[in-house]
Every structure is written in structure tokens, then in C-alpha cells.
Design a protein around this ligand. Structure first.
Ligand code: SIN
Length: 179
């Protein structure tokens, strides 16, 4: 059993929290959550788009039997002030059970989840529409394309194959080639 340090919590990252680590942590572990899949269904007004032209970033959708691979961080409580601000555009902290890959231990933690009722939620769309939207969006944190491609590279490093992410990365690359 993995013992959490007192006053610290696990937070599971499945999107930019995997590759953009701008916060201190006590431990970092490859991990997964069960029954959820990542999807580019959340609008981004503040990072990869603007209020006028929101980009498309990740949230989670429930999917029985699915496994979502990401990274779990053990962080001090004070880190949540920063994370809450970073993830403020529709995300809420939700309790989740996290499986740490190396030990197989289950720990209780939090995940930033943007549900279908949040005002920035965009929902499902055909992959080619999502890819075009990503290819055309930019915001204060950079291009939406980079969000997707950095995620794809980070998941590859973790040894994960996420078909949704790979399909979109392939479609965006095709759009780039055609100019
Ligand atoms: C996450 O990475 O866990 C949340 C979504 C994001 O910031 O991309």
C-alpha cells in the first residue's frame, strides 16, 4: 500500500498536466484511471484559444471498461491554488481512484474534470472537424496543434497508445501537408 504524505494529495494528469509540469511535486508516477477516456471535447478560452475563438482541449468521458493512462503527482495542498487557476475554464476537481503503474497500488486522488454542463463544453464532433478546429486555434499558452502533438509525444514516452489522440494527430498532420 502506498502511503500518502500527510497534507499531500495525489492528482492525476491526462492532458497538459502530463507534459507541462509548472508546479512542484513530491512524487511522479505513471498511472491510470479506469472507466474513463480522454476526449477533445472541452473548449479552451484561456490557453489554446480565445473567448472569441475557443480551442479544443481534453476532458474525460465515462467509458466502462476503458483505461486512461497518464501521470499521477503527489503534491502539497498549496499546489492546488496554482492548479485551480490553471484549470479554471470549466474544470472541477473530482475524486478518483488511481492505479500507480510501477507498484500496482491504488491511491485515492483528484482529477480535473470538465463535465458536459460547464459553459465551455463543446462535446463530440467528427474527427476531421475536431482536427481542423485544433489546426486553426491559438491562445495565450500556444497553438492548439502543439497541445495535441506534445500530448501525443508524451503518451508515446509513457508507452501508451491512445487511438483518439493518434487519429487526431494524423488528421492534423494531413491538414499541415495540404497547407
Ligand atoms: C489534465 O491535463 O489532467 C487536465 C486537462 C489539461 O489541462 O489539459
Amino acid at each position: 500500500m502506498t502511503v500518502s504524505k500527510e497534507g499531500a494529495s495525489w492528482v492525476f494528469g491526462y492532458g497538459s498536466l502530463i507534459y507541462k509540469v509548472d508546479f512542484p511535486y513530491l512524487r511522479r508516477e505513471v498511472a491510470s484511471i479506469h472507466g474513463w477516456q480522454r476526449r477533445f471535447w472541452q473548449g479552451s478560452h484561456d490557453h489554446r484559444g480565445t473567448p472569441e475563438r475557443p480551442g479544443r482541449v481534453l476532458t474525460l468521458t465515462e467509458s466502462p471498461g476503458a483505461q486512461c493512462v497518464g501521470v499521477a503527482y503527489l503534491v502539497e495542498e498549496s499546489v492546488f491554488e496554482h492548479l485551480d487557476h490553471r484549470e479554471k475554464n470549466g474544470y472541477e476537481r473530482a475524486a478518483v481512484s488511481i492505479e500507480l503503474a510501477a507498484s500496482g497500488d491504488q491511491v485515492q486522488g483528484l482529477v480535473y474534470y470538465a463535465g458536459p454542463d460547464n459553459p465551455a463544453f463543446l462535446g463530440e464532433a467528427p474527427p476531421n472537424e475536431i482536427a481542423r478546429h485544433i489546426a486553426e486555434s491559438h491562445g495565450p499558452s500556444g497553438s492548439n496543434r502543439d497541445y495535441l502533438l506534445q500530448l501525443e509525444a508524451a503518451l508515446r514516452d509513457l508507452g501508451d497508445v491512445d487511438h483518439h489522440v493518434q487519429e487526431l494527430a494524423g488528421l492534423v498532420a494531413g491538414l499541415d501537408e495540404r497547407g
